[in-house]
Design a protein around this ligand. Structure first.
Ligand SMILES: Cc1cc2nc3c(=O)[nH]c(=O)nc-3n(C[C@H](O)[C@H](O)[C@H](O)COP(=O)(O)OP(=O)(O)OC[C@H]3O[C@@H](n4cnc5c(N)ncnc54)[C@H](O)[C@@H]3O)c2cc1C
Length: 452
């Protein structure tokens, strides 16, 4: 098969520096293994902006293939990230695939499933027993979870510059293609490819003209920590009764025991409710907590952290996921699951997928051939999640109607079979092949639903 000529302005993706070992960027706080050989130390095969779960996953997988990867992270580890700190079996599987060990005697708290409270009922559902996913989830504070992942990527050979805020792309005038990035201190880094792993706001994507889509769901969540006797709960707990006057809101409150004397407690809502944008989330959290038994300790005196919030970009709310040398992973690509607000598993999975695509692209011998591979990334993401996310968008529209939310909560909670089905659907936890009738039904519906 003959290779097509590259389109005008397509830079050469083939190795420009074959045989050279990666170099060490001078200055800033470089923590990665020092290397030498790249001119000026300011280039790499791949520049990854952001070292959250998505950035560390893509860097880890790229480094294992021998590519020179440079992660640029604006903060210093360990650092806080506003999150519920909950990891479902899907996230545990992704961690295991990366070789991150999660022993219970090293700060990883295991959980057996989900406890759901709402509509006057309460049910405990164990995670499903599947060959595709482990039967347990985990809790780990993001304050050190993200550091563990970043160090794991470094051990595999990725370089990391902490305290390095990226301010914008370097764009080739002729092709409009990103060829590198600039930082707050005026440094320039060049790469054959750039990955946006800079989270929900993804300023890098915005600077490349990729804005959030208004037609996709968005969540907002706030959380804090309390000293609590419930700190070692072995179920993740979700409360569906979040009221705004007489309206039942589309979202849930959570209580996740951290195993360290505290519980992570928060509320998250979807933008499909009519009052979205006007709701005082901190007040909603306080009102909800006021209904809890006092012995659980969710009081102001026991609060150990400020109440902080952030957005959850859902269901591909930034596209395309690849354009002009820039690849989007995790929250930058709006990959949070609209059914349950889970984002870490999708950050890790998209990081792995992106790395596999990039590795193949950079091994091609012509730019046009490499470009064709890179352009398959959005399609592969759609194949993986597109149908499921379309269903999720229908789901968030439905639960945005208080009457539907009330009906579903009241009638669903009392029916264990419905709740087990819901758990598989909401958690995206089905056997990838075969499985029981529920797995086959959910997989078939997801496949048949168009990825839009
Ligand atoms: C309140 C709340 C609770 C949540 N609870 C859960 C939960 O329990 N379980 C779950 O699975 N998901 C949860 N999520 C979602 C989850 O936090 C995200 O989906 C996940 O963090 C996405 O990972 P990421 O690597 O894509 O982005 P991020 O984790 O946001 O990482 C982005 C990184 O990029 C860095 N960065 C940003 N801009 C720049 C720049 N200009 N230059 C250099 N570096 C930059 C940031 O410092 C950060 O380290 C929650 C979200 C919120 C808001």
């Amino acid at each position: 098969m003959t290779e097509q000529a590259p389109p005008a302005g397509t830079p050469d993706l083939a190795p420009q520096d074959a045989g050279a070992s990666p170099g060490s960027a001078a200055g800033d706080a470089e923590v990665g293994a020092a290397r030498s050989g790249v001119p000026g130390g300011e280039t790499a095969d791949v520049i990854v902006v952001g070292a959250g779960p998505a950035g560390s996953a893509v860097a880890y997988y790229l480094a294992t293939t021998g590519l020179d990867v440079l992660m640029l992270e604006k903060t210093h580890f360990p650092r806080e990230k506003v999150c519920g700190d909950g990891l479902t079996p899907r996230a545990v599987k992704a961690l295991t695939a990366m070789g991150v060990s999660t022993p219970e005697n090293d700060g990883w708290l295991r959980n057996r499933g989900l406890r759901i409270i709402g509509g006057g009922g309460r049910i405990e559902l164990d995670w499903p027993e599947l060959s595709s996913y482990p039967g347990y989830g985990l809790v780990r504070p993001r304050a050190d979870f993200d550091q563990i992942l970043a160090r794991h990527a470094q051990k595999a050979g990725a370089r990391l510059l902490e305290g390095t805020a990226v301010t914008g792309p370097i764009v080739d005038d002729r092709s409009g293609r990103i060829t590198g990035v600039t930082t707050k201190t005026g440094r320039k880094f060049h790469g054959r490819l750039v990955v946006a792993a800079d989270g929900n706001s993804s300023r890098l994507s915005v600077a490349m003209g990729l804005h959030k889509r208004e037609d996709r769901p968005l969540g907002v969540a706030v959380r804090t920590y309390y000293s609590s006797p419930r700190h070692d709960d072995n179920y993740l707990e979700a409360w569906l009764d979040l009221w705004d006057g007489a309206s039942l809101l589309p979202g849930y409150g959570w209580i996740f025991g951290m195993g360290d004397g505290t519980s992570n407690v928060g509320v998250g809502l979807l933008n499909t409710s009519s009052g979205f944008g006007e709701i005082d989330y901190r007040e909603l959290l306080r009102r909800w907590l006021a209904t809890m038994p006092s012995e659980w300790g969710f009081t102001e005196e026991n609060r150990t952290q400020p109440i902080r919030g952030a957005a959850l970009p859902m269901a591909f709310n930034r596209t395309p996921h690849y354009t002009r040398g820039l690849m989007l992973v995790g929250d930058a690509g709006g990959l949070v699951n609209p059914f349950n607000g889970e984002g870490i598993a999708y950050a890790l999975e998209s990081g792995e997928l992106a790395a596999r695509v990039i590795t193949q692209a950079l091994a091609r011998t012509t730019a046009a051939s490499g470009e064709r591979v890179l352009q398959s990334y959005p399609r592969q993401l759609k194949d993986a999640y597109g149908g499921y996310y379309t269903l999720g968008r229908i789901f968030v529209e439905l639960i945005g109607k208080p009457s539907f939310m009330k009906f579903a909560t009241k009638h669903g909670i009392k029916r264990p079979a419905v709740m087990r089905f819901s758990m598989k659907l909401l958690g995206n936890l089905t056997e990838t092949r075969g499985g029981d009738a529920v797995d086959r039904l959910l997989n078939a519906v997801s496949k048949m639903t168009p990825a839009a």
